[in-house]
Design a protein around this ligand. Structure first.
Ligand code: NAD
Length: 343
C-alpha cells in the first residue's frame, strides 16, 4: 500500500517529538504543516524539510492532498480543528487534553463518527515500554486477579520552562499530567465507576493545583489510587516515570524508579529491566515519552492502513476525560462522583 500522507497542525514544543517520530514511522510521512506563528512554522519546516507550510488550518484543508491530520496544538483549538477535519472527511489525531469539557469531547466524537472518519487521541503514556510490560505481566495471570493498585507520578521537575502555559491555567496537574495517569489506571485495571479526589497547590508561583490524590473504584471490583505531584523534592528525580504497584490474589507487581519491574508470583520473584529505548533523536529523561510517541503514531498508521479502532480512540478517551472532570468536581465538592452518570 502507498505511504499515507499526513499534515500536522501546531509546530510547538511537543510537536518536535511528533515530527521526529513521523520520520521513523513505517507507512506514513508528513507532507504539510501549519502554525499561526510564522517563526514556529519556519523552524519546524526547515528542520524537517517540509515545503508546504500554512499559517491557517482552513487554507491547508482547502488545498488537501493528505490522508490524515495530526493536531498538536493546545486544548483551546482542538474542537474547532477536529470539527474542521470531520467536515473535510479527514481522519484525525488530536493531542491531549482532547477537549476543554466533556460535552465538547462528546460532540467531537459524534462529528467524526457522523463523517465516518477515525479519530484518535494522542494519549501516549499507555504506550510506554514499562507500562506495556506491566500490562503483559498482568495479562499472563501470574499475579491472579488484581484487587488493588497504585499509579504514582511524583516529581519536582521544572515543566514550566518548556511549557510556560502550564503555570497560567486555573487547572494544572490533573488536566495536564494526571490525565495520563488516570488513563494508565484505566488501561491496567479497567473502567471506573466512581472517584474521590483531593487537590492542593504547593508552588505559589502557579495558578492551578500541583498535587492530587485520587481514589478509584474499578468496574472489576479493584480499588486504586492515582497520586500525582509536581511539588515533590526527591533524592533522585524520577521525571517522567510513572510508578505502579499492583496486588493480586496470587502475587504482586512493582514497577519502581529506574524502570525496575519486580513480579512476585506462586513460583517466586522475577526482577527485570523495563527501560525504554533511547531513540536516535531522543534525549534523557524524556526518552520514555519520546519512544511512546513513536509507538502510538505507528499504531495509528497501522490501523488507518488496515482498519480497526485505535487503543485511544476518541470514544475511549471520553472515559479518561470523564475522570479528569470528575476529579475536579470531587475535589471541589469533597464528595465521590459517579462516572457512569457522566458518560
Ligand atoms: P505549544 O504552545 O508549545 O505549541 C502549540 C503550537 O500550536 C504553537 O506553536 C501555536 O502557535 C500553535 N497553534 C495553536 N493554535 C493554533 C491554530 N488554531 N492553528 C495553527 N496553529 C496553532 O504547546 P505544546 O507544549 O507543544 O503542547 C501542545 C499540546 O501537546 C498540548 O495540548 C499539551 O498538553 C500536549 N502535550 C502532550 C504531551 C504528551 O506526552 N502527550 C507532552 C507535552 C505536551
Amino acid at each position: 500500500m502507498a505511504e499515507l500522507k499526513g499534515a500536522l497542525i501546531g509546530c510547538g514544543f511537543f510537536a518536535i517529538n511528533q515530527m521526529h517520530a513521523w520520520q521513523d514511522v513505517e507507512g506514513a510521512s508528513i507532507v504539510a504543516i501549519c502554525d499561526r506563528d510564522p517563526e514556529r512554522l519556519d523552524i519546524v519546516g526547515d528542520q524537517f524539510g517540509i515545503e508546504r507550510r500554512y499559517a491557517d488550518a482552513a487554507a491547508m484543508f482547502a488545498d488537501g492532498g493528505f490522508d490524515f491530520v495530526d493536531i498538536a496544538t493546545t486544548v483551546q483549538s482542538h474542537r474547532a480543528l477536529v470539527d474542521m477535519a470531520a467536515s473535510h472527511k479527514i481522519p484525525a489525531i488530536c493531542q491531549k487534553p482532547f477537549a476543554k469539557t466533556l460535552s465538547d469531547a462528546k460532540a467531537m466524537v459524534a462529528a467524526c463518527a457522523a463523517a465516518g472518519v477515525p479519530l484518535m487521541v494522542h494519549e501516549n503514556f499507555r504506550w510506554q515500554t514499562p507500562i506495556q510490560a506491566v500490562k503483559t505481566v498482568l495479562q499472563s495471570g501470574v499475579i491472579g486477579e488484581p484487587f488493588w493498585g497504585r499509579f504514582s507520578f511524583r516529581s519536582g521537575y521544572d515543566v514550566f520552562s518548556g511549557q510556560p502555559y502550564l503555570a497560567e491555567g486555573e487547572r494544572f496537574i490533573i488536566e495536564d499530567l494526571g490525565i495520563h495517569t488516570l488513563d494508565i489506571a484505566r488501561f491496567i485495571l479497567g473502567d471506573v465507576s466512581s472517584l474521590t479526589a483531593r487537590t492542593k497547590r504547593v508552588n505559589p508561583k502557579i495558578k492551578g493545583e500541583d498535587v492530587a490524590t485520587i481514589l478509584l473504584d474499578h468496574d472489576n471490583g479493584a480499588t486504586s489510587i492515582v497520586d500525582v505531584s509536581y511539588a515533590s523534592k526527591l533524592a533522585t528525580e524520577p521525571f517522567p516515570e510513572t510508578l505502579i504497584e499492583l496486588d493480586g490474589t496470587k502475587g504482586s507487581i512493582r514497577l519502581s524508579q529506574g524502570y525496575r519491574l519486580e513480579v512476585s508470583g506462586p513460583d517466586g520473584v522475577a526482577v527485570s529491566d523495563a527501560s525504554p529505548q533511547l531513540l536516535s533523536w531522543a534525549s534523557r529523561p524524556w526518552h520514555n515519552i519520546q519512544e511512546s510517541v513513536l509507538a502510538i503514531q505507528q499504531h495509528w498508521t497501522d490501523r488507518l492502513a488496515n482498519g480497526g479502532e485505535t487503543s485511544t480512540s476518541g470514544a475511549d478517551n471520553l472515559k479518561t476525560l470523564a475522570l479528569v472532570e470528575a476529579a475536579y468536581e470531587s475535589a471541589a465538592s469533597r464528595r465521590p462522583v459517579d462516572i457512569g452518570a457522566m458518560l
